[in-house]
Design a protein around this ligand. Structure first.
Ligand code: FES
Length: 134
């Protein structure tokens, strides 16, 4: 194994968490910042190397907000709803699980309950073909 291969072998996949900053959650319509913005900020504050957190305006999951998506450029991506302002650590746990996955899927084992009950969709990678096992 050359030096570059060795570095890639231990380097976790880069994962991005997109948190909807416009979800109102339980807040009144006029309350600012919105609950989604609070969740985005809390997630950013806890994020570690290899995991990037970005705010986004609406993931079209408003009825089940708060909402976030965890994107993996090398595997499956996930959309979650029914989150709360306390879900930052759960999102980061999910992102770490996905970053460390060897098959491109977020493992069920070890996944926080909020990311089990709140899973809205999973999206295959761009190069996915039907012959690949999910
Ligand atoms: S406002 Fe958050 S998903 Fe639409």
């Amino acid at each position: 194994m050359n030096e570059r291969d060795a570095a890639q072998a231990v380097e976790p996949a880069r994962v991005v968490i997109h948190v909807c900053e416009t979800c109102r959650g339980t807040a009144d319509g006029t309350d600012l910042p919105r609950d989604g913005s609070r969740l985005a900020e809390a997630t950013r504050d806890l994020a570690a190397a290899g995991i990037e957190v970005r705010g986004v305006s609406c993931l079209a999951n408003c009825k089940r907000g708060l909402s976030a998506a965890i994107l993996n450029p090398d595997g499956w991506s996930y959309v979650f709803g029914d989150l709360t302002t306390e879900s930052a650590e759960d999102l980061l746990t999910g992102a770490r699980l996905l970053a460390g996955s060897t098959d491109g899927l977020m493992p069920w084992k070890g996944r926080p309950d909020s990311l089990k009950r709140g899973m809205i969709a999973r999206v295959p990678p761009l190069d996915f073909t039907p012959h690949q096992k999910p």
